[in-house]
Design a protein around this ligand. Structure first.
Ligand SMILES: [Zn+2]
Length: 183
């Protein structure tokens, strides 16, 4: 396993449309190693999601999840999210309800902003064993899955912000916002 270099905002790989991984190649040593390395990289940098283009692999793949009891995750949230490797995801919003919450990104270090997204989604994808899977998500997992899938289309969370009023450096976030977020 290896910790991969994370592309930061401004690197063109973050603005490219990632290519699907042929299902027959999901179980190949190369893709399996990439998945392991992406999990290790995400954990190293205390992320809750990491997409292929963020590690200079313009492929339609992301990993996500929160370790039980991990308090180093820099997003305030009570929700759990199981570890998952998601390949070639297709997202369909369920209903018209939206939710607004803070997002951050390992490619945009030390910045948070509030983003409105569909509150609930259905996802079809392949898992790391090459099986076709379908899942429904709401809350934090729905937000993370949409954020990561955006990366596969060259979209960053700034692009989804309706206004930049909430754009906040982490120090200021901790000082002025985190306390007030306990709804
Ligand atoms: Zn991101």
């Amino acid at each position: 396993m290896a910790i991969l270099k994370v592309a930061r905002m401004g690197h063109p790989v973050l603005r490219t449309i990632a290519k699907p991984i042929p299902p027959a190649e999901i179980t190949s040593a190369r893709v399996q190693r990439l998945i392991d390395d992406m999990f290790e990289t995400m954990t190293e940098y205390s992320g809750i999601g990491l997409a292929g283009p963020q590690v200079h692999e313009p492929l339609r793949i992301f990993v996500a999840g929160v370790r039980d009891g991990d308090t180093s995750i820099p997003i305030d949230d009570d929700h759990d999210m199981p570890f998952m490797a998601v390949i070639n995801p297709e997202i369909t919003p369920v209903g018209t309800a939206t939710a607004e919450d803070w997002e951050g990104c390992l490619s945009i270090p030390d910045i948070r902003g509030r983003v409105v997204r569909p509150a609930a989604i259905d996802v079809t994808a392949y898992d790391r064993s090459g099986r076709r899977v379908r899942l429904s998500a709401s809350g934090l997992p729905a937000r993370v899955i949409q954020h990561e899938t955006d990366h596969l289309d060259g979209v960053l969370f700034f692009d989804r912000m309706k206004s930049f009023d909430t754009l906040t450096f982490m120090d200021e976030f901790r000082r002025h916002w985190a306390k007030h977020e306990d709804e």
